[in-house]
Write a protein that binds this ligand. Sequence first.
Ligand SMILES: [Zn+2]
Length: 198
Amino acid sequence: MVPEPITSLIAALTRLPGIGPRSAERIALHLVQADPAAVRQLSEVLLRARDCIRFCEPCGALTEDSPCDICSDGRRDASLVCLVEQAVDVLSLEKSGTFRGKYHVLGGRISPLDGVEPDDLRIAELEQRLAKEPVKELIIALGTDVEGDATGYYLAQRLARPGLKITRIAYGLPAGTGLEFADELTLSRALEGRREMT
Ligand SMILES: [Zn+2]
């Protein structure tokens, strides 16, 4: 009979992304036998990270301070905005190190079946930025599945305006996956090979 605190811990860990039941069990059994000080430190960094991190108001990326370092970096090319689905995608593209423009996080994709409508996404915020900021090219870098495609086409139509080029990153990304699963080289190439949407 597994003591209740351990089953609760396993259940909580299983709810984390990428942790299956076996891993959750291994981590839980490790933690309940580990140095209490180390476990306390882990719980403190968890809380601190959660308390300090917020969404950047202009772009939607994860940051300690809003606007984030990328939004407030004058050396980055403000005429180039890369539209991604989730905040984690900004981290992936930053790791690839090739993009020198700014970002906008959509916060999801249009998915009527899951009840996600355009109004649920940060599209109005993007329209405000396009009106205020000197954006010349919007790069659509959404996932390569059906919903990602549909969202991209919807946005290309809704956001079209004189003087704005709308491109999408090249395929070559694994089909049906998000940016977070692509390696850095693939991401760089997808970005370099982007094409204009018409
Ligand atoms: Zn930002």
